[in-house]
Design a protein around this ligand. Structure first.
Ligand code: BMA
Length: 340
């Protein structure tokens, strides 16, 4: 491998398919039996999409956005031996408060799952007098304790970095509105304790390229590499027929991640297959997690498809980093430290 991936050794079997012959335009290739989570996956849940998974010992665990049959999204826990076939609970995650009393959000969507030190954090979007970031922590996937809202409304797409940087937790977020948000840049914030957040910095704005010209938002937890933090994010364009969500890629400075080192001017994956183009909301590829293997550089990207399904796609560290570098176009707002 030309580049290095810095991550815990993978004990579980890496989900994988080799790059197909004749792949054109995209440095990421889809799993050939997509979608991996189909409609009506669980009693009471019509659709599962925009979900996050990670290794858990020799198996895998995940938090899934389940749209209940009353249309209200909640988060469900799932387990898998191969990270492709998922066994998802029929009961939503029973979040509790500090005292162990039931404390469910009114709704919860687009969860991310990130382990920092010995704790697993779930971060999602919920109602806090408007769309805002919800958080919970667990160490055993049995007790899920909610934390205070890190930010005031309105905000979405919060993604934690998998380790502290310069002694602080670091989180990406995307200030928004409570509706369909026709704007949006990625910012980061730091915290010494997961309670008090500050030193907010601008990371990157909506792109100059058409595919991400309306708004962007964090996707999967950044992957630490020898070139910087590899970030898969979503970029949105407005068309006469609605928004189109594609997967984009950038590499952030390792010690100062508000500085973008490389930003891919083309999408990495855009809606092309039936399960991405057709569903509850057509034309959505919404990345929320990766499973990655530092020994081989293999990366599996998990993304919501058309607000209806979970899709899986693959790439390799050298391939994706070279592709992002070769197609990189940076603006002044990308490369500056992000405080004004
Ligand atoms: C965004 C979020 C996502 C969703 C996307 C497309 O605003 O609500 O959950 O996938 O819209 O509908």
């Amino acid at each position: 491998m030309k580049y290095q991936m810095i991550a815990p050794a993978l004990e579980a079997p890496m989900p994988w398919q080799d790059k197909p012959e004749g792949l054109k335009n995209n440095p990421i290739w889809r799993y050939n039996d997509n979608p991996i989570v189909k409609r009506n996956p669980v009693d009471g849940v019509a659709r599962i999409f925009n979900s996050a998974v990670m290794p858990y010992g020799k198996e895998f665990i995940g938090v899934f956005r389940g749209e209940q049959t009353d249309g209200i999204p909640m988060i469900y826990l799932g387990r898998s031996k191969d990270a492709i076939h998922w066994d998802i609970d029929s009961e939503k995650i029973p979040f509790v408060d500090d005292e162990g009393k039931p404390f469910l959000p009114k709704y919860a969507y687009d969860p991310r799952l990130v382990k920092v030190e010995d704790t697993y954090y779930i971060i999602w979007c919920q109602d806090f007098y408007g769309a805002s970031i919800g958080m919970a922590k667990t160490t055993d996937f049995k007790t899920f304790t909610r934390l205070e809202n890190p930010f005031i409304p309105y905000n979405r797409n919060a993604v934690l970095f998998p380790r502290k940087i310069n002694g602080n937790f670091v989180m990406l977020s995307r200030p928004s509105d409570s509706g369909h948000t026709p704007f949006g840049d990625i910012f980061l914030s730091e915290s010494p304790d997961m309670t008090y957040w500050g030193r907010h910095r601008h990371v990157m704005g909506k792109g100059s390229e058409w595919w991400e010209s309306l708004k962007i938002g964090g996707g999967a937890a950044p992957i630490e590499t020898s070139e910087g933090w590899l970030l898969f994010y979503h970029g949105v364009s407005g068309t006469c027929n609605g928004y189109v969500y594609s997967i984009g890629g950038a590499i952030l400075d390792i010690d100062n991640p508000s500085i973008v080192k490389y930003r891919c001017s083309t999408w990495l994956l855009t809606p092309e297959d039936w399960y991405e183009e057709r569903g509850f909301v057509p034309n959505v590829c919404f990345p929320c997690a990766t499973i990655h293997d530092p020994a081989t550089g293999k990366i599996a990207v998990y993304y919501g498809a058309a607000d209806t399904y979970v899709g899986l796609a693959f790439t390799e560290l050298d391939t994706i980093i070279d592709y992002i570098k070769d197609h990189s176009v940076l603006t002044e707002a990308d490369t500056e430290i992000g405080k004004r």
